[in-house]
Design a protein around this ligand. Structure first.
Ligand SMILES: Cc1cc2nc3c(=O)[nH]c(=O)nc-3n(C[C@H](O)[C@H](O)[C@H](O)COP(=O)(O)OP(=O)(O)OC[C@H]3O[C@@H](n4cnc5c(N)ncnc54)[C@H](O)[C@@H]3O)c2cc1C
Length: 322
């Protein structure tokens, strides 16, 4: 069986979490299809994460060059096109991140392989891949098949799979030269700019008390801040709260905010859209309060209260002040 390729995403010398999630899924597919997993690393000289990747794949193809240390789509695309044309992998997985959103469709055009984007699962049925995607803001799951092809390209949603090691691998590391005749670089990496962590760093908190649009008014945010203070926790929020300027951006949890890993996560008046939930996959216990018993947040919450958040917040504050 032809390989399963995983494109390894990295930044500043570290493999990104999404790469481990893609490798986990590749390992899972590999067992079902009896197909080897080949990780592709395009990076600078001696990227320190290569041994870790090798422990999760049958083979790692490493293309090292200082011009590849940072994501340079034109070069990465040229290299991947040549590797795919040479190796003809059955499935190529990449994260649905700025890397994958750039590479997936472009590779499809260049290789003729069909692409499915932002997938939350990949299944094998009758020796062909099918993918599962969420539609209508996560309210429905859609199972999609591809037109028949020699190979398939799939971008995976961050947080859809575990990052754990899914087997004992001692992947062979194969170093290859940058192929000749790569295209001209039209988009050049300039510099990393870290977003300011702000006065607090929600990624380091053990207890997060998070507020969503259900809080209704900016003045009400203070009620939840008071609860967070009484509990010794940190205040965080969903995106609409930031969009409305009720809290600064560094409080935001989710795909366009921060991924958090508190021991306990309180979600107050948060519906549980996938962009939010993707940021709390590392949380320990999730406790949700929502007046809508069908809110998607209850699918991921360990404990749920179907009630008005204002009642619950006041009751908790009353108990804590005693
Ligand atoms: C590209 C992109 C990136 C995004 N990134 C993020 C991100 O990083 N983080 C993020 O959070 N979102 C993100 N979003 C937005 C996301 O799709 C949702 O719109 C958002 O998460 C919804 O926020 P919410 O749950 O606070 O609001 P809503 O979906 O409006 O939910 C409010 C909830 O509050 C409940 N409620 C109302 N009143 C009460 C009450 N009195 N008591 C109890 N419950 C009550 C309602 O039942 C409802 O479930 C992104 C969207 C896009 C397109």
């Amino acid at each position: 069986m032809a390989d399963i390729f995983v494109i390894v995403e990295h930044r500043q010398g570290e493999a990104r979490e999404i790469s481990f999630q893609a490798l986990w899924k590749a390992n899972d597919l590999s067992k079902k299809m009896n197909a080897p997993v080949t990780a592709i690393v395009m990076g600078g000289k001696e990227e320190p994460f290569v041994p870790e990747i090798a422990s999760r794949a049958d083979k790692v193809i490493v293309i090292e060059n200082e011009s590849l240390r940072n994501f340079t789509p034109d070069l990465y695309l040229g290299i991947l096109q040549s590797l795919i044309q040479e190796n003809r992998p059955f499935i190529t997985l990449v994260g649905h991140t700025p890397w994958g959103m750039d590479l997936g469709p472009s590779l499809s055009v260049r290789t003729g392989y069909p692409v499915a984007t932002d997938c939350v699962d990949v299944l094998i049925e009758n020796d062909r891949p099918k993918v599962v995607r969420q539609v209508y803001s996560g309210k429905l799951f859609q199972k999609m098949s591809f037109k028949e092809s020699e190979g398939y390209l799939i971008t995976l949603r961050a947080g859809a799979f575990p990052s754990d090691r899914a087997g004992q691998y001692k992947g062979e590391v194969i170093r290859k030269d940058v192929p000749a005749g790569l295209p001209e670089v039209r988009r050049q990496f300039v510099a990393f700019e870290e977003s300011s962590a702000g006065a607090i760093d929600i990624t380091q908190a053990d207890l997060l008390v998070s507020v969503g649009r259900g809080i209704c008014e900016q003045e009400n945010v203070a009620l939840v801040q008071e609860l967070a203070d009484l509990m010794g926790g940190v205040l965080s929020c969903s995106r609409p709260v930031v969009d409305k300027n009720w809290l600064p951006k560094f409080h935001q949890v989710g795909t366009s905010g921060k991924s958090v890993k508190p021991k306990v996560y309180f979600a107050l008046g948060i519906s549980g859209a996938f962009q939010h939930v993707a940021g709390i996959t590392g949380a320990g216990t999730i406790i949700a309060v929502n007046k809508d018993k069908k809110a998607p947040i209850f699918r991921v919450a360990h404990y749920g209260v179907v009630d008005d958040l204002f009642k619950v917040v006041e009751a908790l504050k009353g108990k804590l002040k005693k």
